[in-house]
Design a protein around this ligand. Structure first.
Ligand SMILES: [Zn+2]
Length: 116
């Protein structure tokens, strides 16, 4: 499918892998960094599930991102194609508690002396 026709609701990993210059990233509130995500990690089983419904997690700090940025890498810089508000199906009460704990840990680490 042509990236011009992608929508946040329908875009799947399978759509993305067909375009080698397309990148997925999210801004991690725990790390204060933009983290690039490798779409191949989504795996075959979930390849047809809209990305919006998947649950992503920062491998550094465990915080769950709330939006996913879809961009295109060109020779000079990236071009933003789409912002996907994430609505994971697995977002339940346990998930919310996990998120708060991960954010708290990240904040403590960030504010501790000696960081940076
Ligand atoms: Zn993080």
């Amino acid at each position: 499918m042509d990236p011009a026709r992608w929508t946040p609701e329908r875009l799947t990993a399978r759509d993305v892998v067909a375009h080698h210059d397309v990148t997925l990233s999210f801004y991690c509130r725990g790390c204060h960094l933009t983290v690039e995500f490798n779409v191949w990690k989504v795996g075959a089983r979930l390849a047809h599930t809209p990305l919006q419904e998947l649950r992503f997690r920062c491998v550094r700090c465990g915080v769950y991102p709330e939006t996913l940025e879809v961009g295109r890498r060109d020779s000079m810089s990236g071009v933003r194609l789409l912002t996907i508000p994430l609505k994971p199906r697995a977002w339940d009460d346990g998930h919310r508690a996990d998120q708060e704990a991960a954010l708290r840990r990240a904040r403590e680490k960030w504010e501790s002396p000696g960081h940076r």
